[in-house]
Design a protein around this ligand. Structure first.
Ligand code: C2E
Ligand code: MG
Ligand code: MG
Ligand code: MG
Length: 281
């Protein structure tokens, strides 16, 4: 150890740190293997028109069918995929899956003609150079109508208000897709960026919906987002609706669309197919 330093400040071998590094390397390798072995799958959660609860679209949510640990949600592997860069190939795979699925629904069900498929993009994916070309390529190969695709980005991504962010958003919009801000209200609240960026949809974060019938502050914030959306001619989608009271409160605030366990949990594509099959067109 260095002279004068505390006895264990410069330990050459830190077993805990070593274990951490090994673990991360192993986890990274595991995610790579999972991609190669096709262990990921996409679940879809209905997005409904609040007044009628009719299906207007779905959100694609990735899952990992782990051979040992079973079905894993994105919170267990997206952060790792982000930090290792594996989110780029994984995100590309989700995008392709979701577009292929939309094309199948469209071919099979007249009711699918106008539905949208929302796809989450992480910051790392967004910053990846080839993103716009990849999206364009997948749209062309699957033949889906770009107007049926909504890309969800986060508020924090927009806060990195750089020329390249604006340029990428503009190029995505030029493909004909729509853009939504996910988890709106949880980031820093500089609202001026809403005017500068070509977004179409605000998704009200679940944390506000949670308290909407019990916390005055949450209801006020949700209402403010809906009014902001209206003023800027953006659609509003509330996420995480679990109770009929939350549903009716959001309707009375003028929120147009929503998703949540009250309507349906995320599920396999077949669950959406049966809704589309039942729908009167
Ligand atoms: P998100 O985009 O905000 O997605 C909504 C999350 O809320 C989903 O969690 C969904 O299952 C959950 N949810 C929906 N309704 C309710 C409800 O009524 N109650 C409760 N308690 N939860 C509800 P999930 O599937 O675990 O996804 C978590 C996050 O992982 C997503 O949040 C998104 O940020 C990220 N994610 C999911 N799929 C992808 C993907 O393909 N790419 C990227 N980059 N991120 C993804
Ligand atoms: Mg989302
Ligand atoms: Mg969200
Ligand atoms: Mg959320």
């Amino acid at each position: 150890a260095a002279k004068g330093a505390g006895r264990d400040r410069f330990a050459l071998f830190d077993p805990a740190m070593y274990a951490g590094i090994m673990r991360e390397a192993e986890e990274r390798a595991e995610v790579e293997r999972a991609l190669a072995r096709d262990e990921f799958l996409v679940h879809y959660q209905p997005i409904v028109d609040l007044p009628t609860s009719r299906l207007i679209g779905v959100e694609a949510l990735v899952r990992w069918e782990h051979p040992v640990r079973g079905l894993l949600g994105p919170n267990t592997f997206i952060p790792l995929a982000e930090s290792t860069g594996l989110i780029v190939p994984l995100g590309r795979w989700v995008l392709r899956q979701a577009c292929e699925q939309l094309a199948r629904w469209r071919d099979e069900f007249p009711a699918a003609a106008g539905i949208r498929v929302n796809i989450n993009l992480s910051a790392r994916q967004f910053q990846h150079e080839g993103l716009v070309e990849e999206v364009a390529g997948i749209l062309a190969e699957t033949g889906v109508d770009p107007r049926q695709i909504v890309l969800e980005i986060t508020e924090s991504l927009l806060m990195q208000d750089t020329d390249s962010t604006i340029e990428t958003l503009g190029r995505l919009k030029a493909l004909g897709v729509r853009l939504a801000i996910d988890d709106f209200g949880t980031g820093y609240s500089s609202l001026s960026y809403l005017k500068r960026f070509p977004v179409d949809i605000l998704k009200i974060d679940r944390s506000f919906v949670d308290g909407i019938t019990t916390e005055r502050g949450d209801a006020t914030l949700a209402e403010a987002v809906v009014q902001l959306g209206r003023a800027l001619q953006l659609q509003t989608v509330a996420e995480g609706i679990e109770t009929a009271e939350q549903w009716s409160t959001l309707q009375s605030l003028g929120c147009e669309f929503g998703q949540g366990y009250l309507f349906a949990r995320p599920g396999a594509a077949e669950a959406i197919s049966s809704i589309l099959g039942d729908a009167r067109v």
